[in-house]
Design a protein around this ligand. Sequence first.
Ligand code: ATP
Ligand code: MG
Ligand code: MG
Ligand code: MG
Length: 571
Amino acid sequence: MSTLFLRTLREDPADAEVPSHKLLVRAGYVRRVAPGVYSWLPLGLRVLRAVENIVREEMNAIGGQEISLPALLPRDPYEVTGRWNEYGDALFRLQDRKGNDMLLGPTHEELFALLVRGEYSSYKDLPVTLYQIQTKYRDEERPRAGILRGREFVMKDSYSFDLDQDGAAASYQAHRGAYQAIFDRLGVKYVIVKATSGAMGGSASEEFLADSEVGEDTYVRSIETGYAANVEAVITPVPDAIAIEGQPAAQVYETGSTPTIATLVDWANATLDRTVTSADTLKNILVKVRAPGKDWQIMGIGIPGDRDVDMKRLEASLEPAEVALLDDADFAKTPELVRGYIGPAGVKNAGGTYLVDPRVVSGTRWITGADEQGKHVVDLVAGRDFEPDGTIEAAEVRDGDLTPDGTGTLLSAKGIEIGHIFQLGTKYTDAFEVDVLGETGKPVRLIQGSYGVGVSRLVAVIAEQCHDDKGLRWPKSVTPYDVHLVIAGKDAAVVEGAEKLAADLDAAGLSVLIDDRKASPGVKFKDAELLGMPAVVVVGRGFAGGTVEIRDRFAGTAEEVPVAEAVAILS
Ligand code: ATP
Ligand code: MG
Ligand code: MG
Ligand code: MG
């Protein structure tokens, strides 16, 4: 420590609110460069690398192959999938000297799909899982809590490519298992919850949320049934509402065709996950329509009693045109749009609370009380079309609500998202036509999965879950050093004895941080607590009598042991 590039701080940094942030800065693990942008100092980098390695080992164990893609990317692939715009302000966009648009990658679905298309051409090549551990960039609206929500951060992102649904499901399950192994090895307490797929698109998705009161995600869980879901994704069975499998931006019409009720019904049957038999059951779907050269316009279709009017409006504005489902960007742009189901008589779960499934991009009115019939949903404006107070609020899930199947009770808690797994389906492989030659000689469109772990965020999460009021406390799996050896005495015998013990520990495969500074024992002990190695060995007063003290940072215990036994006890 006399030469280690480390300065510990006695005071909490002024901008830090959560414990992990305060401690990681005070203990000299990270240093702030700009909001959400941090440098890793020696001890911090060792923890980061340890987390990375556990992630790497478990990804390799399921057959993942590590590659590394650039973070600096051309606009074009993201333009093809619409994410250049849909990602909104969170995307770091820049131009090169020639004026070409570029971006700093927030996530790499596009690039992996393109890479596989370029390299693979036969069904014999599949399945494949590729991953990278790489720096990601997102211009977060509220960078927060140091490395917990950075604008530059390290993510492990992997992508699976399969020939069929069974294969895709197997790849998803393999990742799910790998993530459990990773978080178990890291000693993180977490839950797996149903999730929405957000900007990734696709259908099935689950999040791994670390238990933490400082978490920004709220989830509900039922002890009785084991049901657990992010509140964003609570699903309740809804009679007569039309659930759309999270497929944003499905293109419905060929340019030049004119939509009719019949084509809409066909489209709904092809796109939605329940059968639509007539326009009557097509109620309350919102779509966006675009005539050539015009902007997208949000319209409601098929509302009973109102549908002829609607269809006329639709047809009038659609010649020729595209029709697509609303996506996240539409909701982001139009705050008045409220996500939720809307049924003919309101939609309640068994507990009497209105629940929202944001995957359902169809219903946007959220109406309680007097106005339960539903009305027009075109160009919704808060205040004009509905009362903002008392209506939207009812969509929140509350403690004590029943589970969707009515057999359990929900309790809510906070968590930090540490992993997220998605079945993307063909969203990206369609966009880039990623096909291989199938066994029958026909082309097969590949099915993609996408899986992320917040590697740098995990360092903060572990610090958050493991610290005490004295400082950090690292689990053995990620600690920067196994043993923190404090030289608490000036005698040559003590110093030599400490160095010999360090060498023995090292030979036994334990990494050792030696505090050989000139500071007082009191200062050294305080720093040892702050830095958080799981074992602290004090070579000092007892050494002349042949003992050293071993302190357990987790248990808070201390015991004098014979020097000769120290290595065995610590191994
Ligand atoms: P969040 O909900 O916290 O914003 P996300 O859902 O946007 O996360 P994903 O796109 O699912 O994140 O990315 C995969 C993983 O990357 C997340 O589960 C999380 O652990 C991590 N991650 C995402 N954003 C950040 C960030 N700004 N800083 C650190 N880690 C992040
Ligand atoms: Mg995010
Ligand atoms: Mg999230
Ligand atoms: Mg996520």
